[in-house]
Design a protein around this ligand. Structure first.
Ligand code: IMP
Length: 423
């Protein structure tokens, strides 16, 4: 059995797209299990750059089945745009499958997201993610299969009336023209129908047949609705448990959980960030790491690696392996710091606190490691990395108790050092 879950170990943007793309070459099936078009994956192949938000990056391999699972909230317009862009660049998209049970992101979800974030100040991506999950939980959402139901129009019109009341009376917004939205949805549904399937069945069949299945988490552990830095989180479960719910597989089917760890830390949006650097080192990480959001273009906040977070991620996700990304971004630093604990009002904390007021006041306790100060971006074998880089990785492994399997030293597929074949 080879079913591997890939999760972000920090606040998202760890480089999961690149690792997924790398592993997808061997995978028979790649599955997105949560989130929506708030995710942004950049994959570089030869001189081409692909930016995907909803379609799994495995789509770039013609033999890989790519699944958008039931736990994802689907913006159909976005899927159609991505399909068009891929097809125009000669990519075969016939292997895409979309869960019939996935929820639909409606135009009003995006509108409400934008309006509400003005007061909530989470700094959301405005892709309608929170409102779509709210409707799912309150049982007023629509699944893809509902769009093909004869009673859909009536239910949809009733819900749109409620949403228009909310928009007009509470938010002082114009609302939507029901017939126009309905017609747009029907058009999108018709164009996507050939991709719609019972994807849990497909994934379980693949696992039974001994195929290699990769579950691709979006966002990261600290953006998880339960385990993240609430309320500055997304509305889904990016952690490994989310793969079971969001793809319809039992936990006994999962063989490995890989934590993708960026060699330093970044965060987009609001909320506490203990190792954040508001200085020249932070600037250097941002410029060397091109730390600007794929989805929103926002500059990411940057800081040193935080082992308190990694230990937490190892625990919550049950990590079996690490994929360390962007190690080359640290090439020019003479000294590199790792946060090993927090100091809070004179007390040393080794565990990640639940209370954001406490986290906000935590001061990192750092250890310093010598940098390697050389270009590692062309290195192909682990043993050829400079000793200082290997020491840095060994320290990370020791601090979180999980071994590395992959180290990425640049954005291209070829810039990937593999110590352990995960499939
Ligand atoms: P939402 O997912 O759009 O509701 O945004 C909630 C929070 O998650 C905000 O702080 C976003 O910046 C953050 N977020 C959502 N998706 C990503 C991602 O793919 N990478 C990093 N941060 C994200």
């Amino acid at each position: 059995m080879s079913a591997v879950v890939l999760v972000g170990s920090q606040w998202g943007d760890e480089g999961k797209g690149k690792i997924t793309d790398f592993l997808a070459e061997k995978a028979d099936c790649v599955v997105r299990y949560q989130g929506g078009s708030n995710a942004g994956h950049t994959v570089e192949v030869a001189s081409e750059k692909f930016m995907l938000h909803l379609i799994p990056s495995g789509i770039l391999y013609p033999k890989t089945i790519c699944i958008i699972g039931n736990g994802v909230v689907v913006d159909m317009g976005e899927v159609l745009t991505e399909l068009k862009e891929l097809q125009e660049r000669g990519i075969d998209t016939s292997n895409l499958r979309i869960s019939s049970r996935a929820q639909v992101v409606m135009p009003y979800h995006k509108e409400i997201d934008a309006i509400e974030d003005q007061c909530k100040k989470i700094g959301t991506t405005k892709r309608g993610i929170g409102p779509a999950y709210e409707d799912k939980i309150s049982r007023t959402g629509f699944r893809i299969c509902d769009l093909f139901d004869p009673g859909f129009k009536e239910r949809f019109a009733q819900e749109m009336e409620r949403k228009n009341l909310l928009l007009q009376k509470i938010y002082d917004a114009p609302g939507f023209e029901i017939e126009a939205i309905y017609a747009e949805l029907m058009d999108q549904a018709a164009r996507l129908q050939k991709y719609v399937a019972d994807t849990s069945l497909l994934v379980n069949q693949a696992i039974k047949e001994g195929k290699k299945v990769l579950f691709e988490g979006a966002q990261g552990t600290l953006l998880d609705i339960d385990h993240g830095t609430y309320p500055y989180v997304t509305s889904s479960y990016p952690t490994s448990g989310g793969a079971c719910i969001g793809a319809g597989v039992g936990p006994t089917n999962i063989s490995r959980v890989i934590g993708v760890v960026k060699a330093y830390t970044t965060r987009v949006g609001e909320g506490p960030f203990p190792t954040e650097l508001n200085d020249a080192n932070g600037e250097l990480l941002r410029s060397r790491g091109a730390e600007f959001g794929t989805t929103t273009g926002r500059a990411r906040r940057c800081g040193w690696l935080d082992a308190v977070i990694l230990r937490y991620a190892a625990r919550i996700n049950g990590l079996t392996d690490l994929a360390i990304t962007k190690l080359d971004v640290l090439d020019t630093f003479a000294t590199i710091k790792i946060c090993v604990a927090y100091r809070y009002k004179g007390e040393i904390l080794y565990e990640f606190p639940d209370n954001l007021g406490i986290l906000q006041e935590c001061v990192p306790e750092y250890i310093e490691m010598p940098g390697w100060q050389q270009d590692i971006s062309q290195i192909e074998h682990y043993e050829d990395l400079p000793a200082a880089a290997r020491n840095y990785i060994a320290k990370v492994e020791e601090l979180c108790g999980v071994k590395q399997a992959i180290v990425a030293v640049g954005p291209k597929r070829t810039q990937t050092i593999v110590s352990d074949q995960l499939f």
